[in-house]
Write a protein that binds this ligand. Sequence first.
Ligand SMILES: *Cc1c(COP(=O)(O)O)cnc(C)c1O
Length: 482
Amino acid sequence: MNNKLYGNLIFELSQPGRKGYSLPKNRFGNYEVPAELCRKEEAALPECDELTVVRHYTNLSHNNFGVDDGFYPLGSCTMKYNPKLNEEVAALPQFQNLHPLQPAATVKGATAVIALTERALCSLTGLAHFTFKPFAGAHGELTGLMVIDNYHRKRGDTLRKKVIVPDSAHGTNPASAAVCGLEVVEVKSTADGTVDIDDLRRICSLCGNTIAAMMMTNPNTLGLFERQIPEIARLIHDCGGLMYYDGANLNPMLGACRPGDMGFDVMHINLHKTFSTPHGGGGPGSGPVGVREGLDDCFPEVSPFHGNFAVILRAYAYILSLGRDYIKEVGPLATLNANYIKESLKDVYELPIDASADTGEKSMAQRGLCKHEFVFDGLKDKSTGVTTMDVAKRLLDYGYHAPTIYFPLLFHESLMIEPTESESKETIDGFIQVMRKIAEEAKTDPELVKTAPHLTPIGRVDDVLAAKHPIVTYKQLKNDTE
Ligand SMILES: *Cc1c(COP(=O)(O)O)cnc(C)c1O
């Protein structure tokens, strides 16, 4: 609903003297507040009746969009359904009312949950130990790189400061390496979108004894399975470096293959993505870091206590409710949904890397498949001038969240789609239909698409102005003298 009255700020709904509260009688007698602590003038608080407040915030909440509202194919973010059962478990007062400083003997249930979740993660990843301290994926990357840095230091191997990162990597990878005081060396991708092993060999021979680690995502950010991991791991290990696995999106791999078996030494997992906790908009997350045997004495202290315990609880509830058998269905279903969309749209959207055109691959099972996500390079017909940004904005008019756009940086018009395993065929068919409709509109009425969205409370935002001249505070009109 786009009702002007309720779209305003709560301050603009204020009427002098109107009240929606009554304070209880003072039960403590008079207490003199020291003069220097008193306000010089009245606080500019909104004065509203209860119903106005209820309607205001209820209507604001309707402007929000979440997985519970509709399809949310935001590539790389794994916006799967978060089962309500997880929320019930996380809300149990026995867990919710715990205090981190309680004596250990009184929190045995909570520590058992952490230990059991660790055991589940070890069996899913093939690694030996996990720390739950990191608060999200990027924090996990930093923690994992600190483990690697500690490992080299302990051995007196202090020259190792280089981290090899593929050019297709998530932006947090090079950022985490830089924050950890390490130097990023980029390895190229081949035309088929996977790590260029010849370029990697060149880097290894050039900087062998200064390589601390290689960071990889598999399936990579293009949704493609890196088939050469054993060879890559051998090259890096032969140089004395360690292999880091960015397991933010473990989704397509769950129960199918394990980073530990592929030769990775250290990894993080985004519990909030793979194991279903509501995320986006800044948190809360959990990015536990796993290591192979022998590296657990290198864990740094990166946060107090055990990180975001409620996210660990939700992840454990999710793992238990799927169980050993059904957790194996997650990857194939997410993969099926992504491939179904890709194949249904690739005649109107540009598929720059088409795994099905990979004639070098002999196995039919591997041929033609992306994993849980894929990337289009905008519309196929570039003559209309309609960009990926326009398509993403127009999708909002049809009630869909936009895919990830302009990432990865390998293409000019990246449109990265990740449907997840949660969605029904009907929902996905609806999305395909709308994506085709937008492609048609781009030809018949390009202005309509270029000026979208038309039906959202706020129209097209001027990105440059918003970035260069952000207005992040509200000024009271009556005090607004500037
Ligand atoms: C989401 C993501 C991250 C970052 O995780 P946050 O929890 O947002 O910090 C890192 N790497 C990849 C591949 C991701 O998809």
